[in-house]
Design a binder for this molecule. Structure first.
Ligand SMILES: Cc1cc2nc3c(=O)[nH]c(=O)nc-3n(C[C@H](O)[C@H](O)[C@H](O)COP(=O)(O)O)c2cc1C
Length: 410
């Protein structure tokens, strides 16, 4: 508690309160942040004022509460810019479906949405709403977009909702929201100065101009690692095969299609990397001949002869020198034995193994359940969000970089 207090002292927290039934809980958030020594500025939307009086926030924050963008300024500065610049972190709690939609789509039509657009501080959103609103695909797409752009999201709780239904959409307890703020503010930039290359997505091997051999990889795990690595200060290069994901911001992105193209990009850039994480699903084989025209069907069987693609991971293992090399093993049987075999055959420092037959792990899922295996130890993680798996993996990588874990080939 004492350490947290020290860390929050003199931090400027900008709290946006929007028009949700849980707006009253934001009062306790302010009170807790103030007790921890933070300076809190509150912006309320017009709708939020229908739920809680600005006076309550003013009393708890000891600062004027801002609602109107065009009111007469008390001092000569443009308020949405000065608040945006002053903030060490911007928290929106509760965040309505409306504000999430506005931020995701670049709409800045009131004090809060304009300030969020103008800030360079990390933005933490705590969505809260009726469960049907929460599961609405448009809202979910907006969340995905924001996640991809580096916004932080606090997951809502499931349970009894004020509208009388049960489901996902409750604003988490103020203590949990404050924990998230503290975590963001104290997050170490422990990968600063490290060049990290990540591969993601599933390669596509053309058969003819309209068909290809592909796989079910969604790219979510690799993209999550890229996002988390950049937040921790790394210089990230993402070499990505096909996905439907929003490319994370703040990183160099190289788009490829085939395994051969991925091989060429990886080998060209590998020399300057400190860490290489191969999370892409790369086709082992490709059609030996790619038909120039679309193959027409007839009554006979169609035989497509396949030839080997380069083994990118094995090639990296051969040339890796001092850099850290991390692979993924997506297995459907003998998970640990197969992963250990791949670790030593390909000269890896760490392998992340997951059972792709499990419901809560592998392709397409938002969660993953993995085992991290190095030469000397094995860490089994519970089912976690892909972001959290990414963070645990990066934590382990930092141990290896610092030499607090063994490094293969030393
Ligand atoms: C009683 C009541 C409760 C509401 N609760 C929520 C809510 O929990 N979450 C939400 O997204 N919208 C909720 N709304 C709808 C928002 O108030 C509405 O979309 C509003 O335009 C949001 O504006 P703002 O995002 O600018 O605050 C509620 C509306 C009413 C009348």
């Amino acid at each position: 508690m004492h350490k947290i207090k020290e860390e929050l002292e003199n931090k400027n927290i900008l709290l946006g309160v929007t028009g949700g039934i849980a707006a009253y809980k934001a009062l306790e958030v302010v009170s807790r942040l103030k007790k921890l020594g933070a300076e809190v500025d509150v912006i309320m939307t017009e709708a939020a004022k229908e739920f809680v009086q600005p006076l309550s926030f003013r009393s708890l924050s000891h600062n004027p509460v801002i609602v109107d963008m065009f009111s007469e300024p008390k001092q000569w500065n443009v308020k949405h810019i000065s608040l945006a610049e002053k903030a060490d972190i911007c928290l929106v709690a509760p965040a309505t479906a409306n504000i999430v939609g506005k931020i995701a789509n670049g709409i800045a039509d009131d004090m809060l949405s304009t300030t969020v657009m103008a800030t360079n501080a990390p933005v933490l959103l705590a969505p809260a709403m009726n469960c049907n609103m929460y599961s609405n695909p448009i809202f979910q797409q907006n969340l995905d977009r924001l996640r991809g752009l580096g916004y932080y999201l606090i997951k809502p709780d499931a349970g009894y909702l004020a509208c009388g239904t049960e489901g996902k959409g409750r604003l988490p307890a103020p203590s949990r929201i404050v924990e998230n703020v503290v975590e963001q503010l104290t997050k170490e930039k422990d990968l600063t100065g490290q060049q990290v290359m990540i591969t993601a997505g599933g390669t596509q091997e053309p058969i003819d101009p309209v068909r290809f051999i592909g796989n079910h990889s969604s790219g979510k795990m690799g993209y999550a690692i890229a996002r988390e690595a950049v937040k921790r200060g790394a210089e990230v290069t993402l070499i990505t095969a096909s996905t439907s994901l929003q490319p994370p911001s703040g990183i160099e992105i190289i788009q490829v299609e085939t395994a051969q193209q991925m091989y060429e990009s990886v080998m060209k850039l590998q020399v300057e990397q400190d860490v290489i994480i191969k999370a892409a699903a790369v086709a082992d084989y490709r059609p030996q001949v790619v038909a120039e025209d679309k193959i027409k069907k007839d009554e006979s069987e169609l035989v497509i002869k396949l030839e080997r693609n380069p083994d990118i991971l094995a090639e990296l293992g051969r040339v890796k020198e001092e850099k850290l090399l991390i692979g993924f093993a997506a297995e459907s049987e003998d998970l640990i034995a197969n992963a250990k075999d791949k670790l030593s055959r390909k000269n890896l420092d760490l392998i992340v193994a997951n059972d792709i037959t499990a419901d809560d792990a592998g392709f397409g899922a938002d969660t993953n359940r993995v085992v991290m295996i190095s030469r000397t130890d094995k860490t089994e993680l519970p089912t976690l969000s892909k972001e959290e798996v990414a963070n645990r993996l990066l934590g382990r990588i930092i141990e290896l970089l610092e030499g607090t874990g063994e490094k293969n080939g030393d």
